[in-house]
Design a protein around this ligand. Structure first.
Ligand code: NAP
Length: 253
């Protein structure tokens, strides 16, 4: 738009107002899956708010993301230091997206923690930490992000559980219980939000092909492992208009 400057002699082209970008909040954007999710959204032109807790890990992820997105990360990615086990952390992350782009169109919860421990001789502290990191973080995210999404008329919330939730094998009790609880949280939330435009889906991957898993299982066959990129593409697709009818689903990947 060209506007005449009041009282001015000539014309001056006003800088056009920045158009609002679709905005994704990625919890744990410095993690193996989280950074692939951030890369997917950046690659599709979205603004991304990524949460992190550790500065060294954030810097490493930021460098990778900048290369993968041909420098777009510098312009369309903002980081927020936030521990989602606390309401204040979730609120800070959501507020950053709202201040920047006016709404959050997609929120992706990739925060997670894995541990193996026998039940007998094990510690309740392990169960507590599994529940705090895998479930409470999603609970706090939902408290903070659902009201503004609902007010804006919609959005996509994706929670990342695990296929291991289906049945706990030896040593997997605390982790599988926490991921089961996360799936139940997603189901209840999806029913609560039916018809609101806010869509909630849970992705349950098998083993993800991450550097940490390659190091932990050096001799293992990687058949059936999922790459972070293929999972990120599923998560990203869930935020698109094409997925408007996908709500309350558990996607086994
Ligand atoms: N890797 C697998 O094979 C596999 C298989 C099935 C499901 N999953 C699930 O997939 C998700 C991603 O896995 P991943 O391999 O990418 O894990 P990852 O590399 O460890 O990434 C997890 C991310 O969550 C963040 N996080 C942890 N606690 C948090 C908290 N309290 N508040 C905010 N952020 C927090 C981590 O930050 P910090 O670095 O600060 O802890 C990290 O950025 C997890 O939910 C995991 O359980 C993984």
């Amino acid at each position: 738009m060209v506007e005449r400057e009041p009282g001015g002699a000539g014309h001056r082209q006003e800088a056009p107002a920045e158009p609002r970008l679709s905005c994704a909040l990625v919890v744990g954007a410095d993690g193996a899956l989280g950074r692939a999710v951030a890369a997917w959204f950046l690659g599709h032109g979205w603004a991304v708010v990524g949460t992190y807790r550790n500065e060294a890990r954030r810097q490493e992820a930021a460098a990778v993301l900048d290369v993968r997105s041909s420098g777009a990360a510098g312009r369309r990615l903002r980081w927020v230091k936030a521990d989602l086990r606390r309401a204040a952390g979730a609120e800070r992350a959501v507020a950053a997206g709202l201040r920047w782009q006016g709404r959050i169109d997609a929120a992706v919860h990739t925060a997670g923690l894995f541990a193996t421990e026998a039940v007998v001789g094990g510690s309740w502290a392990t169960w507590e930490s599994m529940l705090e990191t895998n479930v409470r973080t999603a609970f706090e995210l939902a408290q903070a992000v659902v009201p503004p999404m609902r007010e804006a008329g919609g959005g996509s919330l994706v929670l990342v559980a695990a296929r291991a939730a289906a049945r706990a094998g030896r040593g997997m009790g605390a982790y599988a219980a926490a991921k089961s609880a996360l799936i139940r949280l997603g189901e209840a939330l999806a029913d609560e939000l039916a018809g609101s435009g806010v869509r909630v889906n849970v992705l349950a991957p098998s083993v993800i092909d991450t550097p940490a898993n390659r190091a932990a299982m050096p001799g293992a066959s990687r058949e059936g492992w999922r790459t972070p990129e293929e999972l990120a593409a599923m998560i990203g697709w869930l935020a698109l208009p094409e997925a408007a009818s996908v709500h309350g689903q558990l996607l086994l990947a």
